[in-house]
Design a protein around this ligand. Structure first.
Ligand code: UT7
Length: 328
């Protein structure tokens, strides 16, 4: 028994900032950002919130799955940037959808969050505790971004992605996940400041204490990702007695094109097996994997029976890989 994905949805704000917009805020250039990260533009909230984006992505996923809100037993929202502390974002989603039979809670594991949300939901479904789950990654990272810090503001964006899982008598692939709190200093954000959808002009004037923003040792996170992601992918394959040849797609957290390319190289896999959309969204933390999954689903790239390796990594530090078989 496991949780199979039977529908996906995503949402990105219509307002975008391209690299030239960022270059008006900090000393950088479109050329540098594209070469070092692959990012071309990012979507930024203007009126939307983490909860409103989560609701929109969730509605689209439910439509795609042909599942009604009443059928949902579990709603899990993975986020580090919710606009509400209480009640949790998942309960806010429940209220908006009218999913009154669901148990709801949030999960905070940064860029590994969606992988852990999938694992958590799949374990509940495999255990027979719930039958239908809605998992969502939603982030308004623009609220946590220091728009005067060129080491971070070039990277991040806002958006949400969701998936509906149903309990089915199919193979349960064992995930592999890790955490290392000793190295957490590489990516921190000490408190939260709701800037309510920063525009570039307001951002430039923002005088909020730096502790409110994400602070990152970019090189440390880069090295960690390039080393640990291939390792955890190999561990997940070994744990399930599978080979790389059996994996059709590697859907990695979309942090930096060079990280994805380095992982492909270390695994000696063709880059074509590593779809990317970070050029359009930047790094949307726990939303990046479900947004990409939804795009691949809707463009017909995912075929029944294909095996997908999802891998996340980020603050904590946390990282993990999990295999799913596509059934939609
Ligand atoms: O979601 C998980 C969390 N985050 C990540 O996965 C991010 C991982 N890290 C990264 O993606 C990269 O480390 C960054 C994109 C953040 C930075 O790229 P990098 O290649 O590691 O750059 P760097 O920090 O080594 O800096 C190289 C040079 C430096 O100049 P010098 O000392 O060589 O003269 C920097 O001062 O580039 C300079 N630099 C910039 N120049 C223009 C750093 N940031 C910028 C910038 N624009 N935005």
């Amino acid at each position: 028994m496991t949780g199979i994905i039977c529908g996906t949805g995503s949402y990105a704000p219509s307002y975008t900032m391209d690299n030239n917009d960022i270059a008006k805020l900090v000393e950088t250039s479109d050329e540098w950002i594209q070469e070092r990260t692959g990012v071309v533009r990012r979507h930024i909230i203007q009126g939307e919130t983490t909860v409103s984006m989560a609701c929109e992505a969730a509605k689209r996923a439910l439509d795609n799955a042909e599942v009604t809100p009443e059928e949902i037993d579990l709603i899990l929202v993975s986020t580090i940037s919710s606009n509400v502390i209480l009640p949790c974002a998942a309960c806010e989603v429940q209220k908006e959808l009218g999913a009154m039979n669901a148990t709801c809670f949030d999960l905070s594991a940064a860029c590994t969050g969606f992988v852990l949300a999938y694992n958590t939901a799949a374990a509940y479904l495999a255990g027979g505790i719930y039958k239908t789950a809605l998992i969502i990654g939603s982030e308004s990272l623009s609220n946590l971004t220091n728009w005067k810090d060129r080491g971070t503001c070039i990277l991040f964006g806002d958006g949400a992605g969701a998936a509906v899982l149903k309990a089915e008598d199919q193979k349960f692939y064992l995930p592999v996940t890790h955490s290392d709190g000793l190295k957490g200093v590489a990516l921190t954000c000490k408190s939260r400041h709701d800037c309510n959808g920063l525009t570039s002009e307001i951002a430039a004037e923002s005088l909020v204490d730096e502790a409110h923003f994400m602070q990152m040792d970019g090189q440390a996170v880069f090295k960690f990702a390039v080393k640990k992601v291939p390792e955890v992918i190999r561990e997940a394959l070994k744990r399930n007695k599978m080979t790389q040849e059996e994996i059709d797609w590697y859907i990695l957290h979309q942090a930096n094109r060079r990280i994805v390319e380095a992982v492909a190289k270390r695994l000696e896999e063709p880059i074509e097996k590593f779809p990317m959309n970070l050029q359009e969204y930047g790094n949307t933390s726990s939303a990046s994997i479900p947004i990409l999954l939804d795009e691949m689903n809707r463009t017909g790239k995912l075929k029944a029976g294909q095996k997908i390796m999802m891998a996340g990594f980020g603050a904590g530090l946390t990282w993990g890989a999990t295999i799913i078989e596509w059934h939609s």
